[in-house]
Design a protein. Structure first.
Length: 266
């Protein structure tokens, strides 16, 4: 377990890595006894610093929702991170060159809330509290190295959670739907990178039902003293693998009748 001073030092280190676009080493290598609570404490310390300098919480992201990703990391739970107000990009717009270190993109279903959800909520509670659902792209970035250069050891969930669940940006599609009118398990996307189909997936890959991601998130957040607020965006987790996005990459996700969403990296 990390000390309070270590948590603050690591949080400051990660904020510096984000600001300078220079990655730092794996926390799980440096601190072999790091816990998931430590990782969320580091994430929370960064949140406190960002709020203190004027950032605003735009919403939340849920990650590691598919069994494939959980099995790959040897875990049995999703993770979560914070969306900040400077992370929102317009549909069809451009991400500035140099904004990120190693950007990647995932296709997801986004929920936008009209009422708070907190604690031990049900699936029905989540649907009632949702204003609308939309197609979305999540932009990922890594302020921590993906692998240790000396040993080849790859990141673990502690590194990812401490690094704000690799969260970096969000693009919302224009189409809006009432979540009670759509079977989100069957909402799928065909994702093109530079005009070529790169990935496809279905919403059922997200905990068998994207709504259940918000049930999990509300319960997890309550244990850390937070809740999902009205107006906030929640990204429910990807149903495709992350797509690398070097400069010049164009991404378009076609969700069929559910809508479409796109972005380009300068």
């Amino acid at each position: 377990m990390l000390s309070a001073a270590q948590v603050q030092d690591v949080a400051a280190e990660l904020l510096e890595a984000e600001a300078t676009r220079q990655q730092t080493g794996l926390l799980s290598v440096r601190y072999p006894d790091i816990s998931l609570d430590d990782a969320y404490a580091i994430q929370g310390a960064q949140l406190a610093t960002k709020l203190a300098v004027g950032r605003r919480i735009l919403g939340w992201k849920i990650g590691l929702t598919s069994k494939v990703m959980q099995n790959a990391l040897g875990i049995d739970t999703p993770d979560s991170g914070v969306l900040y107000d400077d992370m929102l990009f317009p549909d069809g717009g451009q991400v500035p060159r140099g904004r990120y270190i190693e950007p990647r993109v995932e296709a997801e279903i986004a929920f936008v809330m009209k009422a708070p959800i907190d604690g031990n909520v049900s699936r029905e509670d989540v649907i009632a509290a949702t204003d609308y659902v939309s197609p979305a792209l999540e932009i990922l970035d890594t302020r921590i190295l993906r692998a240790d250069p000396k040993t080849g050891t790859r990141r673990r969930i502690f590194d990812t959670v401490a690094d704000n669940a690799a969260n970096a940006g969000v693009v919302l599609g224009a189409r809006r739907h009432d979540p009670g009118d759509v079977d989100l398990r069957w909402v799928g996307a065909i994702v093109e990178q530079d005009g070529e189909v790169t990935a496809t997936g279905l919403g059922a890959a997200v905990l068998n039902d994207p709504v259940m991601g918000l049930v999990w998130l509300a319960r997890r957040m309550a244990s850390y003293g937070h809740r999902i607020e009205p107006g906030q965006i929640v990204l429910t987790g990807s149903f495709i693998g992350p797509i690398e996005c070097p400069p010049g990459t164009a991404i378009r996700a076609d969700f069929g009748p559910f809508g479409a969403v796109s972005t380009r990296f300068a």
